[in-house]
Design a protein around this ligand. Structure first.
Ligand SMILES: NC(=O)C1=CN([C@@H]2O[C@H](COP(=O)(O)OP(=O)(O)OC[C@H]3O[C@@H](n4cnc5c(N)ncnc54)[C@H](O)[C@@H]3O)[C@@H](O)[C@H]2O)C=CC1
Ligand SMILES: O=C(O)CCC(=O)C(=O)O
Length: 528
C-alpha cells in the first residue's frame, strides 16, 4: 500500500528525506495552496505536514476522509484544531525539541539588540544619519532578567543570560525553590518577577491561563524603564497595554517576534521607535528547520508503517475491550484532576490515585493518564494528552502512584485523587452513580455530592451562624443564581466549606467581594 503525504508549508529538503526514502510513501510538496484549495485537495492524503502558516481547521479536517496523521514541524500546535483531529481519529505529532536552541538564540539576539538599540541605529544609518546620541543603550551585566515560563526555551535563555552576567528570576508553575537553586536562578511568583526585573522575557505556550498574562496591571507593577521580549506567542502580552505602557514611558523598549494576529503588518506597535520586531523568525534557522523536519518526517513515516508516534500531541487509541470497561469513568477522572488544580497551591510533587470497588478490577492505566492530563493541562496546555501526560509529569519530577484498594466507603466504585505539593496535600474523590453519571463525593475530609461540571465556587469559612446567609445574599445582589449548595464542617465552630454550583462565571470583582465577607477564609472559582 502506498500512502500519500502532503507538505503544505516550506520544510527543509534534507529534513524530509525519511519520507522521500520510504518505499511506501509518495510525497507531494505544495506550499501555496489557499484554504479553499487545501480543503479540496486534502481528501486524497493520508498525512499532512505543516509549519505554522497552514491553518488546519475543523473544516479542513472534516474534508480529510483518509487523513491519519498531521505532523507539525515545530512546537506550538495552535494552528491545528486538535479537538477536531482527535474527534476524527487523526493523530497529531509535533517536534518539541528541534527548534529550542534556535528560539533561545533568537531571544538572546532580540534582548541584546533591544538593550543596545541596534536595529534603530542601523535604520538611521541606512537613512544617512550618523546619530550616536539617540542610540545610547544599557548593559545587560548586573541587570535582572525575569523569565516567565522556564520550560525548554526559557531554561536555555536563562543559561545564556547568565553568560551575560545577568541575574535571573523566574516563574513557572512547575518550578520549585530547590530546582531554581539547582539551576542558579531566583525563584519568584509572576508578581515577584514583574516587580524585580529590568528585562522580562516570556516563554509559555498561549493558553487560557497565559492569555494577556502581561497586562495593564502587570505593567503597573514593573520598574520604570523595564524592557520586554516576546519570542513565544502573540497574546501572552496584551498588545494594547504594551502600547500604552511604552507611550507613557513605563516601558523603555520591547522586542517582539510574535503577534496576536500574524502576519502583523501595519501594526500600531511597529510605529513606536522603542519597538523592534521580527516576523516570527525564532525557529527560522537551517539547523532548526532540518531538525524539526527530520523529527516529524520520521514520526509520520514510522506511524504510517504501523509503528508508534514518538511525539503525539492528541489522543491515541486504547484497545476496544479496555475502552468499553473504562470509558464511563473518563469524564470523572479528568474532572477530578482539573478540580484539584484549583485547590492546590505550590508545586506538585506527588500524585496518588486510589481505585476501589469495581474500579479495582479493571485496567486503570488509561484513567491514571487521563487524571494526570486533567492535572497538567491547565498549566502545560492542550498538547497534554493521555499518551504524554505521565511522561510530562515524570519529566517535571512528579511521582505518580496508582493504588487499588477495597475501601470504597460503601460506593460500588470510587476514584480518589490525592496531590502532594510543596504547600500541602489535597484530596478529591468521585464516583459513577448508576444511571446518574459522575459525582464528586469528597473534598479533603468533607463529604459532598455534586456533579463535576459547570461553574463551581469553593468557599472555606469559619463555622459561624450567618456565614452561609451572607454568601447567599451577596450572590443574589450580584444576580448570580445558585443551582446547588453543599456545606460541610470539620467541627463545630471550626473550619467549614461551602461548595456552590452557580449559573454564571464570577469575575474577579465579584470574587473579591465574596472574599471580603466576614468569616470567609478563601474563595476559589472553578470551571469544570
Ligand atoms: N518564535 C518562535 O519561532 C518559536 C516559538 N516557540 C514558542 O515558545 C514557547 C515555549 O516553547 P517551549 O519552551 O518549547 O515549551 P515548553 O512546554 O518546554 O515550556 C513552556 C513552559 O511554560 C510553563 N507555563 C505554563 N503556564 C505558565 C504560566 N501561567 N506562567 C508561567 N509559566 C507557565 C510550563 O510549565 C512550561 O514549563 C511556546 O509558546 C512555543 O510555541 C517555540 C519555538 C519557536
Ligand atoms: O514554524 C515556525 O517557524 C514557527 C515555530 C514556532 O513558533 C513553534 O515551533 O512553536
Amino acid at each position: 500500500m502506498t500512502f500519500k503525504v502532503l507538505i503544505s508549508d516550506p520544510l527543509s529538503e534534507e529534513g524530509i528525506q525519511p519520507l522521500e526514502a520510504a518505499d511506501n510513501i509518495e510525497v507531494v510538496v505544495s506550499t501555496d495552496l489557499s484554504p479553499e484549495q487545501l480543503a479540496e485537495e486534502i481528501g486524497k492524503y493520508d498525512a499532512l505536514l505543516v509549519r505554522s502558516q497552514t491553518k488546519v481547521t475543523k473544516e479542513i479536517i472534516e474534508k480529510a476522509s483518509k487523513l491519519k496523521i498531521i505532523g507539525r514541524a515545530g512546537v506550538g500546535v495552535d494552528n491545528i484544531d486538535l479537538d477536531a483531529a482527535t474527534e476524527h481519529g487523526v493523530i497529531v505529532v509535533n517536534a518539541p525539541d528541534g527548534n529550542t536552541n534556535s528560539a533561545a538564540e533568537h531571544t538572546m539576539a532580540m534582548l541584546m539588540s533591544l538593550a543596545r538599540k541596534i536595529p534603530q541605529a542601523f535604520y538611521a544609518l541606512k537613512n544617512q544619519k550618523w546619530d550616536r546620541k539617540s542610540h545610547v543603550g544599557v548593559e545587560l551585566k548586573g541587570k535582572t532578567l525575569g523569565v516567565i515560563g522556564l520550560g525548554r526555551i526559557g531554561a536555555e535563555v536563562a543559561t545564556r543570560a547568565k553568560g551575560q552576567r545577568m541575574n535571573i528570576i523566574a516563574y513557572d508553575p512547575f518550578l520549585t525553590e530547590e530546582k531554581a537553586d539547582q539551576m542558579g536562578v531566583d525563584y519568584g511568583t509572576v508578581e515577584d518577577v514583574v516587580r524585580k526585573a529590568d528585562f522580562i522575557t516570556v516563554h509559555t505556550p498561549l493558553l487560557k491561563e497565559t492569555k494577556h498574562l502581561i497586562n495593564k496591571a502587570a505593567f503597573e507593577l514593573m520598574k520604570d524603564g523595564v524592557q520586554i521580549v516576546n519570542c513565544a506567542r502573540g497574546g501572552i502580552i496584551d498588545e494594547d497595554a504594551l502600547y500604552e505602557a511604552i507611550v507613557n514611558k513605563k516601558v523603555a523598549g520591547a522586542a517582539l517576534d510574535v503577534f496576536e494576529q500574524e502576519p502583523a503588518v501595519n501594526h500600531k506597535l511597529l510605529e513606536l521607535p522603542e519597538v523592534i520586531a521580527t516576523p516570527h523568525l525564532g525557529a527560522s534557522t537551517v539547523e532548526a528547520q532540518e531538525n524539526v523536519a527530520i523529527d516529524v518526517s520520521e514520526d509520520v513515516a514510522n506511524f504510517l508503517s504501523g509503528g508508534l508516534a514518538r511525539n503525539p500531541v492528541n489522543l491515541p487509541s486504547v484497545p476496544k475491550e479496555v475502552m468499553r470497561k473504562i470509558e464511563p469513568y473518563f469524564h470523572l477522572s479528568e474532572k477530578l484532576g482539573t478540580f484539584l488544580t484549583y485547590l492546590t497551591e505550590g508545586v506538585i510533587e506527588e500524585i496518588n490515585i486510589y481505585y476501589s470497588g469495581k474500579l479495582a478490577e479493571v485496567e486503570v492505566a488509561p484513567l491514571t493518564r487521563n487524571t494526570i492530563k486533567g492535572l497538567l493541562k491547565r498549566h502545560l496546555g492542550e498538547h497534554v494528552n493521555d499518551v504524554n501526560a505521565s511522561f510530562l509529569a515524570e519529566k517535571k519530577g512528579i511521582l505518580i502512584n496508582e493504588h487499588k484498594t477495597n475501601t470504597s466507603k460503601g460506593f460500588t466504585n470510587l476514584l480518589k485523587v490525592e496531590v502532594k505539593t510543596t504547600k500541602g496535600t489535597r484530596m478529591v474523590a468521585g464516583t459513577l452513580l448508576n444511571g446518574l453519571g459522575a459525582r464528586i463525593v469528597q473534598v479533603d475530609t468533607y463529604s459532598v455530592d455534586f456533579i463535576p461540571s459547570g461553574h463551581i465556587v469553593f468557599i472555606r469559612h469559619k463555622d459561624q451562624p450567618g456565614a452561609i446567609g451572607r454568601v447567599g445574599s451577596l450572590l443574589a445582589e450580584q444576580e448570580t443564581n445558585i443551582a446547588t449548595m453543599q456545606v460541610g464542617r470539620s467541627d463545630v465552630g471550626g473550619e467549614a466549606i461551602m461548595l456552590l454550583t452557580i449559573d454564571k462565571h464570577l469575575d474577579l470583582d465579584e470574587l473579591n467581594q465574596l472574599n471580603q465577607l466576614a468569616d470567609i477564609y478563601g474563595v476559589t472559582a472553578i470551571e469544570l
